[in-house]
Design a protein. Structure first.
Length: 129
């Protein structure tokens, strides 16, 4: 299965947080899983860190790329096609990062792992169990 982790899903997975359901963690850890992390999620993390709304025990520039690689995650860059899709999305949600993830999931045919039900309005497959 090909997954796109929402930012909170990535953070909770890396922290081993209780908020992440065991079923979702098992999906991510499955040998057959192809896990993608959007560069937009890293951007969102950077903004939240700079605003003092998020702290993480690793650096985004040096540690996170190694952590993602060691975890077998594929970093999904932003493409013009994906950003063009963002421009076509209806405004079910105004969060720019979630809109980018929705567009990437549509373009790349990825299943979003997120507790955020707003993705359901964008005709993407979402799992949280």
């Amino acid at each position: 299965m090909r997954y796109l982790l929402d930012t909170h899903t990535l953070l909770w997975f890396l922290q081993g947080a209780a908020e992440l359901p065991d079923t979702v963690a098992r999906r991510i850890e499955a040998a057959s899983a192809e896990n993608h992390v959007s560069i937009a999620s890293v951007w969102e993390m950077a903004i939240k860190i700079s605003l003092g709304k998020l702290t993480v025990p690793y650096s985004l520039d040096h540690d996170l790329p190694r952590i993602l690689e060691d975890s077998g995650f594929v970093v999904l860059p932003l493409s013009c096609a994906q950003l063009g899709r963002v421009a076509q999305l209806p405004f079910h949600h105004r969060d720019p990062f979630d809109r980018v993830l929705a567009a990437q999931a549509q373009c790349e045919r990825l299943t979003v792992l997120s507790q955020d039900t707003v993705f359901d309005a964008y005709a993407v497959r979402r799992l949280w169990s």
